[in-house]
Design a protein around this ligand. Structure first.
Ligand code: AMP
Ligand code: MG
Length: 334
């Protein structure tokens, strides 16, 4: 199959919608990362997403809507708190989990009785969902396990020959996937941190962060969000988080780097790749730098410990998984 890449326009959005209406899959930009979209209510279409990504069947997909009305037939028991959050953060990078109705096929929910719903803000994503008139399941448009795509070129690397069309909407504004939350005992429970931060959600009530966000689940542990248990976001190179900052990080890298090691620093530094001084910039750059490490044939990547505040928690969460939870404690080497 030839994969066409078209810049987002009225016509390309129309073309994408035609493919989607015929049960096909198309990669679309969103403000978080690029998504591999199909009709969320069409079992066969959803199956082709799992096939193209090589995604484990038990890892559920997020259902993307363009207006609140679209959600009504899909889920039940929506708490008042969720309605308030939708008013404040939709459209935007927040995904909420509710009990699903039979309208959402089990393949979409990975066999769970719940469904994850999000209303994206990106203009192209919204236009395409509107033209379809049905919700789109759209996991990140990468091969399962690889870093998520934040530009159309990344999608092309992974999906060339597997899908008919990529809509190019430029670089993703947020750069990491949406914040995923569920509601437990009246509290907001963060399953995956993202662009809508814990601090932002705290204005609306008590917020707890699932322990899987910062820790590796035990081999047989049951996790609420199945995506949390898989190795993720990984380039070919072995990634390490170095628990040090500034000059201390740089010294560690120079002494221990050797060979084909790349260094990602929080800010500019001679001989280092700059992944950004703020958490927002780090979120935007992280995945493309992990992809770049493959292009450069790196064997190892040392990453300066990011801040865990705000969007930083999402950056840290993705890095932990990319690194297979390997953190180097610099003090031990001194
Ligand atoms: P991705 O589509 O690649 O952004 O991944 C979607 C994330 O949302 C994964 O971590 C899933 O495990 C999580 N997710 C989707 N639906 C549900 C659900 N019904 N319950 C819990 N987690 C979910
Ligand atoms: Mg993903």
């Amino acid at each position: 199959m030839r994969t066409e890449v078209l810049k987002f326009s009225e016509e390309s959005a129309q073309k994408a919608a035609e493919i989607l209406k015929n049960g096909g899959i198309v990669a679309i930009p969103t403000e978080t990362v690029y998504g591999l979209a199909a009709n969320a209510l069409d079992e066969n279409a959803v199956r082709s997403i799992f096939a193209a990504k090589g995604r484990p069947q038990d890892n559920p997909l997020i259902v993307h809507i363009s207006e609140i009305e679209m959600m009504k037939p899909l889920v039940s028991d929506v708490p008042e708190l969720a309605k308030k959050l939708a008013e404040r953060f939709w459209p935007g990078p927040l995904t909420m989990i509710f009990n699903k109705t039979s309208a959402v096929p089990d393949v979409t929910s990975g066999g769970l009785s719940t469904a994850a719903v999000r209303m994206p803000k990106n203009e192209a994503a919204r236009a395409i969902i509107e033209k379809c008139g049905f919700p789109l399941a759209a996991p990140s448009a990468n091969t399962s396990g690889k870093p998520s795509p934040t530009a159309a070129e990344h999608v092309f690397e992974d999906m060339n020959g597997k899908i008919p069309l990529i809509i190019d909407g430029g670089e993703c504004a947020v750069g990491v996937e949406s914040t995923v939350i569920c509601f437990k005992d009246g509290k907001i429970h963060i399953l995956r941190p993202g662009g809508i931060t814990k601090e932002m959600l705290e204005e609306f009530g008590e917020v707890e962060v699932d322990k899987a966000v910062e820790a590796a689940p035990a081999p047989d542990e049951k996790v609420i969000s199945p995506g949390m248990k898989y190795k993720h976001y990984s380039p070919k190179a072995e990634v390490f988080i170095v628990d040090a900052h500034g000059d201390k990080f740089a010294d560690y890298c120079r002494k221990n780097g050797g060979g084909k090691t790349l260094f990602l620093s929080c800010g500019e530094r001679e001989g280092f790749l700059d992944y950004g001084e703020t958490s927002e910039i780090q979120a935007r750059r992280l995945f493309s730098l992990l992809r770049l490490s493959d292009e450069k044939g790196a064997e190892r990547v040392f990453v300066e410990m990011p801040s865990k505040e705000g969007v930083g928690l999402a950056v840290y969460n993705r890095l932990l998984r990319a690194a297979g939870f390997k953190i180097i404690n610099v003090e031990q080497y001194e």
